[in-house]
Unconditional design. Structure first.
Length: 254
């Protein structure tokens, strides 16, 4: 059996780290996290930078994903039926809610963001297409885990990290959360993943009525969750968007 090429494995590890962590990381952080000598990590980063897959901030010296990687990713996403069907509906949801909208699918042990519509204001925002979100704490992840058996197995068989004091990690309570999600058809994340951030998500189904992803509205907790309750219009808007995309995929009315 042919062996894997170690240098490619290491390069892939660097790209995954930059995609899943903070927006920019220093050489020492990258080397320590992956378990490489700084010289080795620097050589990999230098090669990736030359190919346009990684960029280095001139001021801080930190690294982030490059435009070439985004271009290659978009060539895949453009033919992804789910994303193509959701473009108009997610744009409408962002406009009506005034918040950011994310489209996510199950990928490995988390949720891959395949589409991101910016909040429709003049604030500076970071495109998060290609970012990974946890299954157990985000609204996208909880919806997918509630309806997709593969995701459910993945999330219950692995340790659930407590990102904040609100993160549900205890098995029984987590299963109750998934049961509630199935009963009402949507999930929420109120500062369970990031302090000050709230989200609400609903599942998307295909023509076989199989769960293929989820759509979510995300924003500041004081806007989405005023007075201790989610805005009813947001929940309705997310569910309507998910239903519309599902119908476009052939799921029919539900």
């Amino acid at each position: 059996m042919a062996k894997n090429i170690q240098s490619l494995e290491r390069a892939a590890a660097v790209l995954r780290l930059l995609a899943g962590g903070e927006r920019r990381l220093g050489l020492s952080d990258i080397a320590a996290t992956i378990g490489l000598a700084k010289g080795t990590a620097h050589g990999i980063l230098r090669t990736l930078q030359a190919e346009g897959f990684v960029e280095q901030d001139p001021a801080s010296g930190r690294y982030q994903l490059g435009a070439e990687l985004l271009r290659l990713g978009n060539s895949y996403l453009d033919v992804h039926e789910l994303r193509a069907r959701a473009l108009v509906w997610t744009d409408d949801l962002a406009r009506s809610s005034g918040e950011s909208v994310y489209l996510g699918v199950l990928h490995q042990k988390g949720v891959l963001v395949i589409h991101h519509v910016f909040r429709p204001d003049d604030s500076r925002q970071v495109l998060e297409v290609g970012a990974m979100q946890p299954l157990h704490s985000t609204a996208l992840g909880k919806v997918i885990s509630a309806y997709d058996p593969v995701a459910h197995t993945e999330v219950v068989d692995n340790e659930r990290e407590a990102f904040t004091a609100r993160t549900v990690t205890e098995p029984r309570e987590f299963e109750e959360t998934l049961g509630l999600t199935r009963a009402r058809g949507w999930a929420a994340d109120i500062e369970e993943t990031w302090e000050g951030v709230a989200s609400v998500a609903a599942p998307i189904f295909d023509r076989r009525r199989m769960p293929v992803g989820a759509v979510a509205v995300t924003g500041a907790v004081e806007r989405l969750h005023p007075s201790g309750e989610l805005r009813a219009t947001l929940v309705a808007g997310v569910r309507d968007c998910a239903r519309a995309v599902s119908r476009d995929l052939g799921a029919g009315r539900f």
